[in-house]
Design a binder for this molecule. Structure first.
Ligand code: TXA
Ligand code: MG
Length: 338
C-alpha cells in the first residue's frame, strides 16, 4: 500500500467536503483513522467483511478481539442490536454521544469478524464533531478499534497513528489531540445489573448515578464476555514500574536500584514532591489534575519509549472517577516485562 494520506480537519469548524473524501474511502472498503473524544479509532465499513478483515491485518490484532461499531444516532442501534434492554437505552440516551460503549445482543447481519464470533455487539456514538459528520455522510456503522499497533498504548493524536500505521491504512483524519485520552468505558447491558467490561472515560460513579448499580466481573467471567481482554495492552518496550502516589522514598529507592543495575531510567510523575527528584533526563512531569493525566499519559509513554529506556517509573493516581481508568491502564502496562 502507498504511504498513508493525512487530512487536517478542524474540530471547531469541520470541512464537509474533506469529510466526504474520507466517507468515500470507507464506502470503497478502505481504512480511515478517525478522531474521537477518547482516542483515535481505525475505521472500516462495519458491514463489509473484507474491509473489517483489513483492520485486523493493519493492527496485527488477534482475531478473537471484537470491534466497537460507531454509529451516528440512537435510531442506528437497531441496525446492529437485536434487543435493547431498558437500562441500555436509558444509558444511551443519557451519555451518548460520549465515552460509553454499550454491549447488546447482536443482529444476524453483523459480520462474524466484527464481534469475533460473540453473540453480542458493542455500540457507541462518539462525541466528536468531525466523526459525527463522517458517520452521517457515510450513513452506516463504522467498526473501529483504537488506531494503534495491537498491544501498544492507544493513539491520542494523528501523529501517534501515523507512527504506528503509516503504509498500512489509506487515510488519517487529523483533528488535533484527543480530549479525554483514555478509551471508552465498555458496559455489558445484556444482563441486569449491567457489567463493566472495561472502565474508561465514563466513571463508574457517573453510571451509578443514572442506574443504581453496576457489577464488576471476575477474570473468568470477563474472558467469557470479552475474550480480547486476555491480550497484552499498553505495552512499552521499556518495563513499566508503578510508584505509589507521592511516595518519594519508594521513588528514590527505585532510581537508586536501577542506576546500580546500569539501567536507563525514565519517569512520569505528577506530585510536586516527586518533581523535585533528580531523574536522569527522561522525566515527563504532568500537571496533577486527573483529566490532564488521562489526556497526556499515552503520549508520555510513547515519547519515553522512543528513548529506548530499560525502565519507566510511573506514579500511581487516586483510584476514583477517571483515576480508575488510568490505574487500569497503568497496571496493564506494568504487567508487561521487557
Ligand atoms: O474509546 C474507545 O472505545 C475507542 C474509540 C476509537 O471508540 N475504541 C477502542 O476500541 O478502544 P478497542 O478495540 O481498542 O477496544 C474495544 C474494547 C475491547 O476490549 C473489546 O474486547 C471490547 O471493547 N469489545 C468489543 N466488542 C465487544 C463485545 N461484543 N463484547 C464484549 N466486549 C467487546
Ligand atoms: Mg485498543
Amino acid at each position: 500500500m502507498p504511504a498513508t494520506r493525512i487530512i487536517k480537519i478542524s474540530a471547531e469548524n469541520p470541512d464537509v467536503q474533506k469529510i466526504k473524501e474520507a466517507s468515500e474511502v470507507l464506502c470503497s472498503g478502505g481504512l480511515v483513522a478517525f478522531p474521537t473524544e477518547t482516542v483515535y479509532g481505525l475505521g472500516a465499513d462495519a458491514l463489509n467483511t473484507e474491509a473489517v478483515q483489513k483492520i485486523f491485518k493493519a493492527k496485527g490484532r488477534p482475531s478473537d478481539n471484537p470491534l466497537i461499531v460507531h454509529i451516528a444516532s440512537l435510531e442506528n442501534i437497531h441496525q446492529f442490536a437485536a434487543s435493547v434492554s431498558e437500562k441500555g437505552l436509558q444509558l444511551a440516551k443519557r451519555f451518548w454521544p460520549g465515552p460509553l460503549t454499550l454491549v447488546f445482543r447482536k443482529k444476524e447481519n453483523v459480520p462474524y469478524e466484527v464481534t469475533a464470533g460473540l453473540e453480542t455487539v458493542a455500540l457507541r456514538i462518539p462525541d466528536h464533531s468531525v466523526t459525527l459528520e463522517l458517520l452521517r455522510q457515510f450513513g452506516g456503522g463504522i467498526a473501529g478499534p483504537s488506531a494503534n499497533v495491537s498491544g501498544k498504548p492507544s493513539p491520542t493524536s494523528a501523529e501517534h497513528v501515523y507512527n504506528d500505521l503509516n503504509g498500512r491504512i489509506d487515510l488519517i483524519i487529523d483533528a488535533g489531540p484527543a480530549k479525554i485520552g483514555v478509551e471508552s468505558t465498555v458496559l455489558d447491558v445484556t444482563v441486569d445489573p449491567p457489567i463493566v467490561l472495561r472502565i474508561g472515560g465514563l466513571s463508574r460513579e457517573d453510571i451509578e448515578k443514572e442506574i443504581s448499580k453496576v457489577n464488576l466481573t471476575d477474570r473468568s467471567e470477563l474472558l467469557r464476555r470479552s475474550p480480547g481482554t486476555r491480550h497484552r495492552h499498553y505495552a512499552t518496550k521499556a518495563q513499566v514500574v508503578l510508584i505509589p502516589l507521592a511516595d518519594i522514598k519508594k521513588f528514590e529507592e527505585c532510581i537508586k536500584q536501577y542506576k546500580e543495575q546500569r539501567k536507563k531510567i525514565g519517569a512520569i510523575t505528577y506530585s510536586a514532591i516527586l518533581g523535585s527528584v533528580d531523574v536522569p533526563k527522561f522525566h515527563v512531569f504532568l500537571d496533577s489534575s486527573i483529566e490532564h493525566i488521562a489526556r497526556n499519559l499515552f503520549g508520555a509513554m510513547r515519547e519515553l519509549d522512543r528513548q529506548n529506556l530499560d525502565v519507566i517509573l510511573i506514579e500511581s493516581v487516586e483510584e476514583k472517577g477517571l483515576g480508575a481508568a488510568v490505574m487500569d491502564r497503568l497496571r496493564k502496562a506494568a504487567a508487561h516485562v521487557g
